[in-house]
Design a protein around this ligand. Structure first.
Ligand SMILES: Cc1cc2nc3c(=O)[nH]c(=O)nc-3n(C[C@H](O)[C@H](O)[C@H](O)COP(=O)(O)OP(=O)(O)OC[C@H]3O[C@@H](n4cnc5c(N)ncnc54)[C@H](O)[C@@H]3O)c2cc1C
Length: 482
């Protein structure tokens, strides 16, 4: 089951180097850009993709304007501070920086931001019973799901797809019959391979939850390839930016403050061989600006509602319209005391099959006694909670927390949710690969004339901050090196 090479390692060693995507020393960027100083570039979206792109272009001497619909930078990097007491905060969007996230780590280092190691799963609560992760790893306990093996939580479906995984010898040359798996869902393949219903049910709570979809929605090829590449598991080493992830987009934004226009939602993108015109709303009025080039770094959920004239190529338009995004909600709960640290607690980071899915102590870098418990709810559970009012969501959160820690009613002080599917400038979580979407990333990343594309949806490391930054750096290089 151990992958021979991780997709990330492969990309780093292969594609990144071959396509010149590796992080380039500032000195060489400046040299290339110097001749074209003053060329006008519009960047649409001030998430990490747009910010990193604008930052690099600005350094290279281009005349950059960033148009952002919100009144803050960071997009899906969203740290809530105000709702809580005692300087507590919570990541309501992107949270973890993996040990292999070289682009995110590179810029954290450049801006002097430290990465704090995150806690790994130490508790499990499924089918109404609590288990300690250590007991699982020591093979003392087995999950109450038919067909599972001891010693691990994630990856229980591996034995049913092993022969498919073993067919992949070279990620650049995947056999045709394996590529054909993109025509069915992960659930369909598992059923076809004789996996018990329980294995599919568990997959919904393991990797499908990470992807914010369901096993019926995810491409079978994606599930198989994930095994080849070291998919997320209970052993994945993760970190968070010490003091809050919002510091990273804020640092980028500070460097290019004069180039940023907030509260300016883009409504229309016109492009031709000679230039670009972008129309946006400013102070209630439509305004247009022209440029030599443009980078679209907004989510496809919004781009598909933006006027594009003329349309991009058929295959690009197809991907823009069809790319799948999942469902995700986070709930932050303020507790008067950190009961999860106390004797007899099920754990500090608990994997559950409840509608809250992952429930964990967030405020590990802050002193008590108060603390924040966070939940990461995705897929069908997020869709279900998303239909509820804030009050009803809090009732579910509180009741679930009480199942995990019975003293919850006495110690719960407040709770707040962020449902990304109802966010007007996102309307989804992040991209995942549905059947038929295996090659979407490559198509979405391709420039079309003077228009370039960035955003997590255009990166091999999609669905991550690292992927967003990688895409921004790649798009900046496309322009710098024209
Ligand atoms: C709940 C949640 C948890 C996550 N957890 C993790 C994690 O643990 N680790 C990790 O690495 N990643 C995680 N991610 C994913 C990560 O947040 C994203 O991959 C990344 O931040 C995307 O950056 P981006 O720049 O591509 O897009 P965005 O951050 O979405 O930025 C796009 C920007 O475009 C703007 N925009 C939209 N429409 C318009 C318009 N019409 N005109 C102008 N601007 C517009 C938006 O306001 C936004 O600021 C998580 C995401 C969510 C939602």
């Amino acid at each position: 089951m151990t992958p021979k090479i991780s997709r990330r390692q492969f990309i780093k060693a292969g594609t990144a180097a071959a396509a010149g995507l590796a992080i380039v020393p500032a000195s060489s960027i400046l040299k290339i850009g110097a001749n074209r100083s003053g060329e006008k570039v519009i960047v649409i979206g001030a998430g990490l993709a747009g910010l990193s792109c604008a930052y690099e272009l600005n350094k290279a001497g281009f005349d950059v304007t960033v148009l952002e619909a919100r009144t803050r930078p960071g997009g899906r990097v969203r740290t809530y501070r105000d709702p809580f007491a005692d300087n507590l905060y919570a990541e309501m969007g992107a949270e973890y920086v993996d040990s292999s996230d070289e682009y995110a780590r590179k810029y954290c280092k450049e801006f002097g931001l430290d990465i704090l190691p995150a806690k790994q799963y130490d508790g499990i609560y499924v089918r109404g019973k609590k288990y300690g992760m250590a007991d699982f790893k020591a093979m003392k306990q087995i999950l109450p799901y038919k067909g599972t093996v001891g010693g691990k939580l994630f990856g229980q479906e591996f034995e049913f797809v092993r022969h498919w995984v073993e067919k992949i010898k070279d990620p650049k040359n995947i056999p045709e019959d394996v590529l054909d798996l993109d025509n069915m869902s992960a659930a369909q393949l598992l059923r076809k391979e004789g996996a018990p219903r329980d294995i599919i049910d568990l997959y919904k709570y393991t990797n499908a939850t990470e992807s914010t979809c369901t096993p019926d929605q995810m491409s079978a090829l994606n599930m198989v390839f994930n095994f080849y590449t070291a998919a997320f598991s209970e052993d994945t080493v993760e970190g968070r930016i010490f003091g809050g992830n919002d510091q990273l987009p804020k640092r980028f934004a500070k460097e290019i403050a004069a180039n940023l226009k907030y509260n300016c939602p883009v409504k229309k993108i016109s492009h031709s061989k000679s230039g670009i015109e972008v129309t946006f709303e400013e102070n209630g009025k439509l305004t247009s600006i022209s440029a030599d080039r443009c980078i679209i770094a907004m989510p496809l959920t919004i781009l598909r509602k933006t006027k594009i004239t003329p349309y991009f190529s058929d295959e690009k338009m197809h991907c823009i319209r069809k790319q799948s995004y999942g469902e995700v909600m986070k709930i932050a709960m303020q507790f008067k005391r950190r009961i999860w640290d106390e004797q007899g607690s099920v754990g500090q980071r608990v994997f559950t099959d409840t509608d809250l899915r992952r429930v964990y102590h967030f405020s590990i870098d802050q002193p008590g006694p108060r603390g924040i418990l966070l939940s990461f709810t995705s897929g069908s559970s997020a869709a279900k909670l998303g239909k509820m009012s804030q009050k009803q969501r809090m009732r579910v959160a509180r009741e679930t927390a009480t199942e995990l820690w019975p003293e919850t009613p006495q110690l719960w002080e407040s709770g707040i949710s962020k449902y990304w599917n109802e966010d007007p400038w996102m309307q989804g979580s992040y991209t995942y690969v549905s059947p038929g979407q295996w090659d979407f990333i490559d198509i979405l990343a391709q420039p079309e004339g003077r228009v370039h594309f960035a955003g997590e949806h255009t990166s091999e490391f999609h669905s991550s901050m690292n992927g967003a930054i990688e895409s921004g750096v790649r798009a900046s290089k496309e322009i710098i090196e024209v």
